[in-house]
Design a protein around this ligand. Structure first.
Ligand code: MF3
Ligand code: CO
Length: 241
């Protein structure tokens, strides 16, 4: 999973360099496929329950599971790239969200930037609470606290998860909860910790493609995810971006 995580990280880094106005989501997906396969791994999402692509790309009101299409990115779009890699039978899963283009990007750039910084911070605080002897609820509560303190909303239907031989394993890791509750974390567990949140209201809907999940109120969605290894001390991040 260390090696797979490295392949995944290298892939996301290469993709982030390509994120700019006029690039299409299909181009990014193709690039992801090629990079993952060239590295001797396979894209975890492709074919997963019939999912048709290597990446999930969610733009603006997109929250998760956006199927890459012919849409071309625009300056100022908020775009999340989510990828999974399977290497020698083990999966890793990671995502990040960025703003397309360079500042200055208009009046709402600061607001967008702050929205994303808070998501990153929430993921860091969540991961700090992932260590042997703490519980799933400690991770969840740490994430919730950072997101709600800024007036943003955790999307409750979507969660982090265990990851390993399968892309999604127990335990499920919500972005909200109470400290000291839930499954006890053990050294050696591998987890995909996810922060999935919206700028305004947390209600979501799935589009007619059966996958793409967006906010109902069309406010921005944000997504940050890392695969980690739980230890007796600070967790080891296997997808260090
Ligand atoms: N990181 C996303 C998740 O954990 C990946 C979705 S996989 C897909 O749910 F194949 F369903 F797209
Ligand atoms: Co995931």
């Amino acid at each position: 999973m260390r090696k797979g995580g490295q392949i995944l990280t290298d892939t996301l880094k290469a993709l982030l360099k390509e994120v700019e106005a006029e690039v299409s989501l299909l181009e990014l997906d193709k690039k992801a496929y090629n990079l993952i396969v060239k590295a001797g791994a396979s894209p975890s999402f492709l074919g997963y329950r019939g999912y048709p692509a290597s990446l999930c790309i969610s733009v603006n009101e997109g929250v998760v599971h956006g199927i890459p299409n012919a849409y071309r990115l625009c300056q100022g779009d908020i775009v999340s790239l989510d990828a999974g890699v399977c290497y020698q039978g083990f999966h890793t899963d990671a995502s990040t969200t960025v703003i397309v283009g360079q500042p200055p990007l208009g009046a709402d750039f600061k607001e967008k930037d702050q929205f994303l910084e808070v998501g990153k911070e929430a993921l860091a605080r969540g991961i700090e609470n992932a260590r042997q002897g703490l519980r799933v609820g400690d991770i969840s509560a740490a994430i919730e606290k950072v997101i709600t303190a800024e007036g943003y909303a955790i999307i409750k239907e979507l969660t982090g998860h265990g990851v390993g031989r399968a892309l999604h394993e127990d335990p499920y890791i919500p972005g909200f909860g109470r400290p000291g509750t839930g499954e006890v974390l053990q050294a050696g567990m591998t987890l995909a910790v996810e922060v999935i949140y919206a700028k305004n209201r947390p209600q979501i809907k799935t589009l007619s493609d059966g996958w793409t999940i967006v906010t109902r109120d069309k406010s921005w969605g944000g997504l940050f995810e890392k695969t980690i290894l739980v230890t007796r001390n600070t967790a080891e991040v296997l997808t260090l971006l």
